[in-house]
Design a protein around this ligand. Sequence first.
Ligand code: PMP
Length: 368
Amino acid sequence: MSRFFSKELENLSPYTPGEQPLETRLIKLNTNENPYEPGPAVEQVISELSSEPLRLYPDPQCKELVLAIEEYYGLASGQVMVGNGSDELLGFAFMAYSDEGRKIVFPEISYGFYPVFGRVFKTEFEMIPLKEDLTVDPSDYYNAQGTVMLANPNAPTGIGLSRKQIEGILQNNPNNLVIIDEAYVDFGGESCIPLIDTYDNLLVVQTFSKSRSLAGCRVGYAVANKDIINDMNRIKYSFNPYNLDRLVIRIATAAMKDRETFETNRHTVINNREWFATEMTKRGFSVLPSSANFVFVKFAQTGSQYGRQGVRLGGEAYFKALREKNILVRYFDKDNIRDYVRITIGKKSDMEELLVATDTILIEALNN
Ligand code: PMP
């Protein structure tokens, strides 16, 4: 740190992104990317791109893309805005919806960026513990001390709340904004986008990074009533008006219109997940019920032949053993979840390799 760095931010610990290795022989199941390509419509647009328009700034309103999103969900004009990844929109929301004495409230175990935003934007925040089974208790968020921020499905557990449960939270916070981060909702969750005309205190954020296979482009979107979208745009135009580049606007528009690729890819991921969860259960792992494109698993010491024979396999040991076999997953060194690893659902062949590696790791653990 230089001597010029803000004293107030001295203790800031930045978000740690999952490793993005240059080595291609690794099986990468650590950052919840989609293993399938974005599809022919995106290929086509990329092949048509030319450098000439890059002289000019992009459309700050990203109209073409916003319109495609409005059409997809059947929304009125003014109910959507786009961001440089949903991270940017979540950051805008932290800036827009907190004051002194009005906190941002979220679960203690959730997306690791929330507390980082809280610190960098000097926003007061409150973290509420999950229940012992690692689920969110909706009633913990009734009459909150400020803005509610929930990832649904939650990360890294993958467990979702139903739309009814979220409605309970909305109804019990008439004077608080409720932000639902639906990064993973297309893999089996219930989206709250259909509720935006009913609840004026709801803001939904989604991303192209997971179900639309465009993590490399950095595109997210926010959906809410017009007043909320206007607030969010006030922040955007005070920070980064041209937040999406020309190429990405066109690519993301094509992806949004290609419903077939989207449906095929997300269903394939869901099928892979269900099959993989069963296979892991057979091997003595407990797998939290996931509505996302990842599973949160721990080796159940008592529930398997290896466990009964005395094998212990904590989250970190399993993570490291897989890394040695060139498979990347994610481990969080955090209270209550140290026994777990988070495994992104990849292609079936990736998951098969992970299962083979896991069998070897368990046998090695037994012989040690
Ligand atoms: N929300 C959650 C819960 C996430 O896990 C992620 C991805 N790490 C994001 C938001 C951000 O996604 P992106 O910025 O790629 O849209």
